[in-house]
Design a binder for this molecule. Sequence first.
Ligand code: FES
Length: 640
Amino acid sequence: MNTITIRFLPSGKTVAAHIGDNLLQIALDAGVHINASCGGSGTCGKCKVIVQEGELSHEASALLSDDEYQSGIRLACRAALTNDVTVAVPSGSLKDIAGAPVPRSVPHAARRISQQFAEEVMRAASDPPARKVHLKLSPPRSDDNISDMERVRRGLRRDYGIRDVQFGLPLVKQLPRLLRASKFTVTGALVDDGCMRITALESGDTTSTQCALALDIGTTSLWGRLIDITSKRILTEASAYNPQIPYGDDIISRIIFSQRQDGLAKLQTAISSGVLQLINELLAATGRTAYDIAYIAAAGNTVMTHTLLGIDPTYIREAPYVPAANTMPLVTGADLGWNIVGHAPVRCLPCPASYVGGDIVAGVLSSGMHRSNALTLYIDIGTNGEIVLGNKDWLMAAACSAGPAFEGGGLCCGMRAVPGAIEGFSIDDETLEPMVVTIDRAVAQGICGSGAINILAECMRTGLVDRSGRLNDIRDSKRMRRTDNGLEYVLVFAEDTGAPHDIVLREADIENLIRAKAAMFAGYHCLLEKAGLGFHDIEQVIIAGAFGDYIDVEKAIAIGLLPDIPRERYVFIGNGSLLGAQLVSLSRALLDEAMSIAGKITTIELSDDRSFTDKYIAGLFLPHTHIDLFPTVRAWIGAS
Ligand code: FES
């Protein structure tokens, strides 16, 4: 891709970009403030810049007069880069926030993505738990009239040296007709998951189309990835909301729902419908058939794993917090009512404890922290925040209920991270005019979790929010107003976007965000303390989760969500749960390794921990009551 250069005046800040990049997004990533009130959807007309040298491709807009256009004025959100260009940001919408003490994080594309370990072990893996084998069997004769099942067994023994293969009854029922219809030339799907079993037989030779399916069963989202077992290539992936959401936003409310009449059955049916929708989508996208799926590995938190399998999760929530099992039995798609893949074995990753599940085990496996000398903090930020601390010698894990604020829940204008959600944000110090950029620069509709972090940090930086989380109305601005709901700061006026209502940040939203970040931070702090370590000892922080990919580390540190340690220690792994499930679906040894990780993790129960409560309370301040824990933020906000 061709790299071009864009220079912003009068700061002179120059950054590299690519042809076709959006000017407003580039400015945001570069830390150059341009007033933008509609999220970049082209309706407010506030993001005007003046082209000084070069040119931009620009969509037609009724918000620019002919005279303005002739004099080089463009709307940044409607402008795409075509060549090297110099643009002036008019005063009034000008502030180079890159000069601020806290710089923006590196653009997402330049972040250190730590999937190298997973890729290496996947390349080396040569022991898939499932595989297909082609059998050319001789038809029965009077002098060779062994049973159909023994005939298949003999073929496996003779051609592949495979002994002691187990058959299930459904397959035995199919054998007589299938073998004769295929003229005794078949492909057998084998799974080696402790004992060797044959799970399906197909007519002809279908060995070139064997796939594994990796699933991440999240409280909010489901992710599926289809992988070619032979080449280990990812064929495609898809995601969907967890259809359990109507029964409760978090795992506690799902457990409570499961105790109702037919509650557990409804939860299991809902999650199954979501998984089947994903499977259909993956197959449609690749042209593969359900019979090609030879193995399914699923990683989820302990409650999701229980409800996926239809196991009562009641006692997970009651002291002493006991799950039904840590290691779930291998089941088949048919056992779960997934008839389309009824033949396929389904392996759930082990759940070490009630609140530390298979998703965390999968994440540790895919990150490689369990093989590393480096003291690593693994964080999966979500409604159910999960944390692991350790290295190759030891692992400690805990979960803390952060609430849904980081997923857009619990905010008056919160929403999921979909087009229209405010994500990029900065505030002009002088005018308090915001620069609002939405996902895909669609019409602003609300605030997603990563956007909420950015907004709160900017409000702190500009003094709009004090350290206790109160909005400050001493500054004269039409955006700061008092309503029946208390003070609120208007991020987007409805009239700027045509939206049905203003998008605002209220003090109640800030409280929810502060509670969520306090819970996460208290969790890391507790684990470190129990290990006799401090934040300065952490050599690596791995941020996991789809949401984690979009976190601006600087802003997350500024509000006290992430520890204030050298930024180069932060790495991102993406969806570690899905990646770990993928590894397990391709290697028996890696499944054994996941089992070993689960057995090695010491789980810490935080809900009854006095120290956690104390630390949580100390965290109910921005960035923290103990500002010494955040030295770079102290300088930034001028706190003593
Ligand atoms: Fe460009 Fe509103 S018109 S941000």
